[in-house]
Design a protein around this ligand. Sequence first.
Ligand code: NAP
Length: 564
Amino acid sequence: MRVLEVAVVGSGPAGLYTAEALVKHAAALPDPTGTGLAGPAGPVRVRVDVFDRLPTPYGLVRYGVAPDHKSIKSIAEYLRKVLESPDVRFIGGVHLGEDLTRAELLAAYDAVVYATGAMRDRRLGIPGEDLPGSYAATDFVNWYCGHPDVGPSSFTLDAESVAVIGVGNVAVDVARILARDPAELRTTDISQPVLEALQASKVREVHVIGRRGPAHAKFTTKELRELGELPGVGVMVPAIEADLDAFDGAREGTATAESDRRVRGNMVVIRKWATNNAQAPAAPASDAPTALASAAPSDAPVTVATSASADAQPEAPEEGHARTLTIRFWLRPVEIIGDEQVTGLVLERTRLDENGAFQGTGELETLDAQMVLRSVGYQSVPLDGVPFDERAAVVPNAAGRVLGPDGTPLPGEYVAGWLKRGPTGVIGTNKSDAAETVRNLLADLVGGAAVDDAALPRPGVLRYPDGAPTAAGARVLALEETLARRGIRPVSYAEWLRVETAEADLARSLGRGDRVKLHGKEALFAACWPADDIASDPPSDQLSDPAGEVTPADPDEATPADPD
Ligand code: NAP
């Protein structure tokens, strides 16, 4: 049987859905109908090594999904089955670009799939952005999710008023974690130091700020609605900003609300929160130097559902953790102010003119805030030596085939997930995305159905098994030896399972739910390699098999694969 060796870089949803699709689709490769797709190669088995720079798998499921979103986190249970497939190995703690090169990976595997996601924050490009107290939401999310890159004491919540810029689902997550009574987080997996920081939080007001209108907001209705269900938290939206037409001369928002179900759902929620009492409703002045004034005079009737007025008052704040959450629209940040620390945020009223052009009105408003979190989207980080489109912040690709500078596919290189398409969609979106990449990868390795395979990135290692590099297992073994020589000790799946056990033990000892995350690299590595184990380190070329037993690489795997 021909064994194909594929490396997947990144063990988040994109990487693991790719591994799953590789194993499943390869099983279906032999073509009994005789159309030639499988060629003379016969049955094919794909073995997948999933690399991650962290010692922990699951990427954003572990370090991006908020701790109180337990049902989304349960996707890890599905992904766990992928890692436990006999044809998939987890190789944690190995960083492409630092511990090994792209060329080394390509030499060791028949194909490489990059699936490293999008971990860098986007910037606002406004004065004051680097003041203490101004942070990327990605850092804040990493902190409350216990990401080893952001230490447990990276945030203290001394601010009374926090501004969150952006109206996507990450902004909603961040606002919810800031506003929620921390007592409700006790039974989540949130790390103990983060829970204690949230318990000591002085935050009382959270302001979420969108530069365009409610119909342009990116959040989804389910996530938005959840904000209104937080006990002790009053949610409000200035009525004029909940009015679709007040700052929209082109009535674009109204049209979108008619055609887009998600937007309609969002508007039902937003209108319930609309109030004339929220801070700075900022109705346009009658002498405002824009067409807006006539579009929305200050006394214009607000098109909120009439039933909303009864609901308009935010819940009366309760003693203790009571907080308010205000969602604002049509305001763009122009400056973060403060001498040594953030003290406020200057916002400019925006609008769409009659032609739909987005513009500032020149009308400014200052919001008191001691902490500003920019939640304006993620960006992918270039991988050393791998083509990268700086403008779109993705690896240039055609349906998952990585494209070189001349626009043609590069042999053996593929991409999946946010690195392929940008930071959009929900976790499940990565499944169909990975399937597309895998279909093309396998078609290339097979050589394609066509007789003339010249256009394919690879001549088709399955169609010409005799001419293809054969000692696949040997090549992977050589790579493992290279890592060992460099002093790189990969974390195996069995070693990761020790982290899971340690986290369950910690939860028990704290009397907190099923799991409490270990926070920080040291704690994670100490759990992977307890001191008594480090003394008897297995050689680095011994990676545990998925069943949890440490086995040396099988020398038989180093022999040429049998094409039959
Ligand atoms: P996003 O959905 O793209 O939202 C980014 C927000 O930032 C938009 O409101 C955007 O406004 C705003 N923005 C961009 N540049 C700005 C600037 N210079 N000034 C002010 N505002 C600016 O990104 P995200 O919230 O990071 O989410 C990323 C992906 O993860 C999304 O697909 C999201 O659904 C997903 N996610 C899902 C969940 C969940 O399902 N629970 C949770 C978290 C994340 P414009 O529209 O005007 O550009």
